[in-house]
Design a binder for this molecule. Structure first.
Ligand code: FE
Length: 209
């Protein structure tokens, strides 16, 4: 009997010890410095966290309107261009969450009437991710065209790596329900930007070569 009580007491002490250790870790993890907290908050606002492992971004149809040779630029909006301004930002990462510095992002999209420029390079642009894999695209919210919901096309590649061709879609669009190409993991919220217009964030996760 005494032996059993001793074992129970030992088990209780051991359990409390583990719980204490866990709660200390939890407190430490949730109490960063003020500066770190601000950095974490702004990063969280800017883009979803990638910690440990991310699912590779799925590929999606290229469609018939890709043109190589787009100019290098981050601003696709031109003077007098109609449409709602859209700031699209994010990061190019590997599936183990490492930034892909120098990744190439080649965007193309329809104008607000759902038309592509197939003779020139309007609303087409190529850019390089910075040392943290970040990109920034100033464009407009694309228009719908028959059979398709709102979407932006992009080709993303790591230096020397293979090319991911995919599309970015926007949450809450009525056309999403009937679009045959849309994939849930490619849909991002379209929020109101502080500077007016809309904003969206999409992070790419590239599989290792
Ligand atoms: Fe398209």
């Amino acid at each position: 009997m005494l032996h059993k009580r001793f074992i129970v007491a030992l088990a209780l002490m051991f359990g409390v010890g583990i719980l204490s250790a866990c709660s200390i870790q939890a407190v430490n993890a949730s109490a960063p410095t003020e500066t770190a907290a601000r950095a974490v908050a702004s990063a969280a606002e800017a883009m979803p966290a990638c910690t440990g492992k991310a699912e590779a971004t799925v590929s999606n149809a290229e469609g018939p309107y890709y043109k190589s040779g787009a100019p290098e630029r981050t601003v696709l909006v031109e003077p007098g261009m109609s449409g709602t301004r859209l700031l699209l930002t994010g990061q190019v990462l590997t599936t183990d969450c490492r930034p892909v510095a120098g990744a190439v992002l080649d965007f193309w999209q329809a104008n607000d009437r759902g038309e592509y420029d197939n003779t020139g390079y309007t609303l087409r642009g190529k850019q390089f991710a910075d040392e943290m894999g970040r990109y920034r695209l100033e464009t407009i919210v694309p228009g719908r065209y028959p059979g398709r919901t709102l979407h932006i096309h992009v080709k993303v590649s790591a230096p020397g790596g293979s090319v991911l061709t995919t599309q970015i879609y926007f949450e809450g669009e009525p056309g999403n329900e009937s679009d045959g190409l849309i994939r849930p993991s490619l849909i991002v919220p379209l929020t109101d930007a502080a500077s007016g217009g809309k904003a969206a964030t999409f992070n790419f996760a590239l599989s290792p070569n």
